[in-house]
Design a binder for this molecule. Structure first.
Ligand code: NI
Length: 275
């Protein structure tokens, strides 16, 4: 089997993410005007998949564990029917990898059959690839299938349309020098015109605390910008990926299921009537 390095996996993931989602280079360039490039540290990347034997979380995780990553913790996002684990490299030189999977038995029989039809299209060679996680969408899908899945699960629909790619990357505010905290960074990005998840409700920042009520985590994310996606029955504009921002406290390296669930809503289809 062809060897692949962590550099190649992360480069492939990043290339896809940055070219498909124009807000990513825009935000990077804006921040690079204020920060040393070495201050723009990617805390973690997130991947999504279906909880199915051939493509489930553990299958994607192998792309990383075979290259030295180690499992750290698992989370249940019950309100989204999603299970997740995160992995880290002992060198500390790589972003953490957060992989989630949608429990298919949370979908109707009809929707489960649609998902199975997608997975059945994946060539054996691709299923066995050491970079399955960065393959993009290895199946054809119609817009009507996308819409049927959307009625049951935003996650399932996103996955059907986009396949295996980075759902988001995450800049760590702790590493930056020109923003005092996450609030300051989010304020800056909103002033530059980027729409944040939760902005309309004034709830951009997701927070997690330790048992003493002290901060462990603050997180925020852009709304996924809409991108053109090719379906078998034509091109449609739908939410793509988003950029996340995180502030960590007390050396906490983990995640929080409540935060993760809210952040996941960054890819929700918005009803703003422009398509
Ligand atoms: Ni994240």
């Amino acid at each position: 089997m062809q060897k692949i390095s962590l550099h190649e996996v992360f480069d492939q993931l990043w290339e896809f993410y940055a070219t498909q989602n124009p807000q990513v280079p825009l935000i990077h360039n804006l921040l690079a005007e204020r920060e040393e490039l070495s201050n723009l540290v990617n805390d973690h990347i997130a991947l999504r998949t279906f909880a199915e034997t051939r493509v489930g979380l553990e299958v994607l995780a192998k792309n990383f564990t075979q290259l030295g990553f180690e499992e750290q913790a698992s989370y249940e996002l019950r309100d989204k029917n999603v299970f997740a684990k995160y992995y880290a490299h002992p060198s500390g030189q790589w972003p953490k990898v957060f992989i989630s999977e949608l429990q298919l038995d949370s979908l109707s029989q009809a929707a489960q059959a649609l998902v199975e039809e997608l997975i059945n299209q994946i060539p054996e060679k691709v299923l066995k690839s050491r970079a399955l996680c960065a393959m993009g969408r290895p199946w054809d899908v119609s817009h009507s299938t996308y819409q049927k899945l959307l009625q049951e699960s935003e996650y399932a629909a996103w996955m059907a349309a986009h396949g295996f790619q980075m759902n988001h990357a995450t800049l760590n505010v702790n590493a930056m020098s020109s923003f005092a905290n996450l609030e300051a960074l989010i304020h800056f990005l909103e002033e530059k015109g980027f729409a944040m998840n939760g902005q309309e409700q004034g709830q951009e920042i997701q927070k997690a605390f330790d048992p003493h009520g002290e901060y462990l985590l603050k997180q925020a994310s852009t709304l996924a910008a809409e991108v053109p996606v090719q379906f078998t029955d034509g091109e449609h504009i739908i939410p793509g990926c988003y950029y996340e921002f995180i502030e960590r406290f007390q050396g906490y390296e983990g995640f929080d299921p409540g935060n993760a669930s809210k952040i996941m809503e960054s890819t929700y289809v918005r009803s703003h009537g422009n398509h």
